[in-house]
Write a protein that binds this ligand. Structure first.
Ligand SMILES: Cc1cc2nc3c(=O)[nH]c(=O)nc-3n(C[C@H](O)[C@H](O)[C@H](O)COP(=O)(O)O)c2cc1C
Length: 166
């Protein structure tokens, strides 16, 4: 039962949640960035979980990543823009037969979200949703994660493993 947990993460919050989800899932899961999750790595995956931060109410766009890059010095820590946006990565997912799940990290309650677009992208590649989109909260504009969120992520990973086994 192979699971891949893929993330876009500029300040590390989404990456930390992805690692906790993989930990909860068990040894057959691996967390990795969009740069690491190549077509070869995805081959034969039974579950693809993908997550991103919520920027301006949605899955990060090329435009907002460019704005962040231009204003990089104004943030408390430098953003990591070295790995591709999840939005672009979703276009490259090879056809598969596994299941999918999506999560996002965000600060506030807001309309919309990122997980709908993520699930849609994965479904287009043949990965049928296993669960509803999951949200994890950060305490400030660039983090840190709120207390208890990594535990929630681990528990969700466990639940995905159980549900995948049926
Ligand atoms: C430019 C920018 C726009 C953001 N827009 C939203 C937003 O619309 N809603 C929200 O809840 N959080 C918003 N946030 C907070 C991010 O969701 C938060 O920084 C995210 O968890 C960071 O994840 P990362 O560390 O994995 O990059 C925004 C942050 C930035 C820097």
């Amino acid at each position: 039962m192979k699971a891949v947990v893929v993330y876009e993460s500029l300040w590390g919050n989404t990456a930390a949640v992805a690692r906790a989800i993989a930990e909860g899932f068990g040894p057959q899961a691996q967390a990795m960035s969009t740069a690491e999750a190549t077509q070869d790595v995805l081959a034969g995956a039974d579950l693809v979980v993908a997550g991103s931060p919520l920027f301006a109410f949605q899955l990060p766009t090329a435009k907002i990543r460019e704005t962040i890059r231009r204003k990089a010095a104004s943030f408390p820590a430098p953003p990591d823009l070295a790995h591709p946006a999840l939005r672009a990565w979703l276009e490259t997912v090879p056809a598969g037969k596994g299941r999918s799940a999506a999560f996002e990290t965000r600060m506030w309650f807001s309309p919309g979200g990122a997980t709908g677009a993520i699930l849609k992208g994965l479904e287009k590649a043949g990965y049928a949703p296993l669960a509803r989109g999951k949200r994890f909260r950060v305490a400030g504009m660039t983090g840190p994660l709120k207390a208890g969120e990594l535990e929630r992520a681990r528990a969700w990973g466990q639940r995905l493993a159980r549900d995948l086994r049926g």
